[in-house]
Write a protein that binds this ligand. Structure first.
Ligand code: AMP
Length: 281
């Protein structure tokens, strides 16, 4: 495994892989890697011959009051995990390499970007779509791998790729969870023991919504109420939203449609967590 910091070095490595007849997989991350990230690497290894992991804590997707400066950056551990997982190349640029100019161009995807996470983190998705397109243009992968954990994010990235004719394919990989159901996240390291217990309310309430719609045949409106009733038992969870939406448009639904997604976000202590679960009927 090689690690590079500059765009020239990245392109040299990727070019020689391509000349050797390899197709290129890319897994964009902000580091602090856990088994969720590694599952994306495993998916990339199955479908592509040369796997590039990018590790970059992207400043433009953090609002000024968010956790950019304290975001975990355990680079040595991350590199070890990548090596063990069979990654071919890690691209770990610094911020000046990625953003040489303050007034640079950006990418905004209007569809689905102003609701849910977009409503609670207004500048977030512009930062995400901009960095992801930049990374695509730097790496030039054939396939890029994202997690369902960030459901709205992968939907926006799919829209961006379609709308701007970006010549690659997107894969969305299932959310990897701890054995008690908590979705793995780099931010889980912020949770105290009591917060960690309260955080379980998120995945529990998603499961309640899922089972209400599928096993019990309840309407999304009733399933959402069941979620809210469960969450009401956890006063430490400060909810931003808990909704059941059309999985393709993210519009909230009161009556069932075939592909739905229950989405939740809230703060536990000072840590903001998100999670979601697909509901297919
Ligand atoms: P991040 O480092 O948080 O920006 O995440 C990098 C990629 O890993 C994104 O595509 C995330 O959706 C994905 N990811 C994060 N957590 C998980 C998880 N628990 N299971 C699967 N993918 C995940």
């Amino acid at each position: 495994m090689k690690t590079v910091q500059t765009i020239d070095d990245l392109r040299t490595q990727v070019r020689s892989a391509r000349v050797a007849g390899k197709n290129i997989g890319c897994v964009p991350t902000m580091g602090a890697l856990h088994d969720g990230h590694i599952s994306l690497v495993e998916a990339a290894r199955k479908e592509t011959d040369f796997v590039v992991v990018t590790i970059f804590v992207n400043p433009t997707q953090f609002a000024p009051h968010e956790d950019l400066s304290k975001y975990p950056r355990p680079l040595e551990d991350d590199l070890r995990r990548c090596e063990n997982a069979g990654v071919d190349l890690v691209f770990n640029p610094d911020a000046d390499t990625v953003y040489p100019a303050d007034d640079a161009a950006f990418v905004e995807v209007p569809r689905c970007s102003t609701t849910l996470e977009g409503a609670h983190r207004p500048s977030h998705f512009r930062g995400v779509t901009t960095i992801v397109l930049k990374l695509f243009n730097m790496v030039l992968p054939d396939i890029a791998f994202f997690g369902q954990k960030d459901y709205q994010q992968q939907l926006l990235i799919r829209h961006m790729v379609d709308d701007l004719n970006v010549p690659l394919e997107i894969r969305t990989c299932p959310t990897v969870r701890e054995s008690d159901g908590l979705a793995m996240s780099s931010r889980n390291t912020y949770l105290s023991d009591p917060d960690r217990q309260s955080a379980l309310a998120l995945s529990q309430s998603l499961k309640i919504a899922h089972d209400a719609c599928t096993a019990d045949g309840k309407s999304p409106a009733d399933a959402r109420q069941a979620m809210l009733d469960h969450l009401a038992q956890f006063p430490d969870v400060k909810l931003d939203y808990a909704v059941i939406a059309d999985a393709n448009t993210l519009s909230e639904v009161a009556d069932a449609v075939p592909q739905m997604v229950a989405l939740i976000a809230g703060k536990v202590g000072s840590t903001r967590l998100i999670d979601n679960m697909l509901i297919t009927i």
